[in-house]
Ligand binder design. Structure first.
Ligand SMILES: [Zn+2]
Length: 98
């Protein structure tokens, strides 16, 4: 599913986690990326008709084209990358600290 890693659907380091999510939970994973050392890891799931990042809790306000490409060709999700900086402007599914 990672466009940075086009020959495999899931980054190798995430395969076991995604498989376990599918096997042991009802969460529907729609996309994921480990971040490749530059961006936060993201695991997008569809839940209650919303797409959100299971790692950060940030809700992604679109149903496709989740990842954007940076100048080095790495893919990331701007809302998640900016989440700490723009905490008050981001739509969080749930604030993990409250
Ligand atoms: Zn990736």
């Amino acid at each position: 599913m990672c466009e940075f890693n086009p020959n495999t659907r899931i980054d190798p380091c995430l395969r076991k986690l995604i498989k376990n999510l599918k096997t042991y939970t009802k969460l529907n994973t729609v996309a994921c990326c480990c971040g490749h050392g530059k961006y936060p890891m993201t695991i997008l799931v569809k839940f209650d008709n919303e797409i959100f990042d299971l790692v950060s809790g940030v809700v992604i306000p679109r149903i496709r084209k989740f990842y954007k490409r940076d100048k080095q060709g790495r893919y990331h999700i701007p809302e998640v990358k900016n989440a700490q900086r723009e905490k008050n402007q981001i739509n969080w599914r749930k604030d993990p600290c409250t």
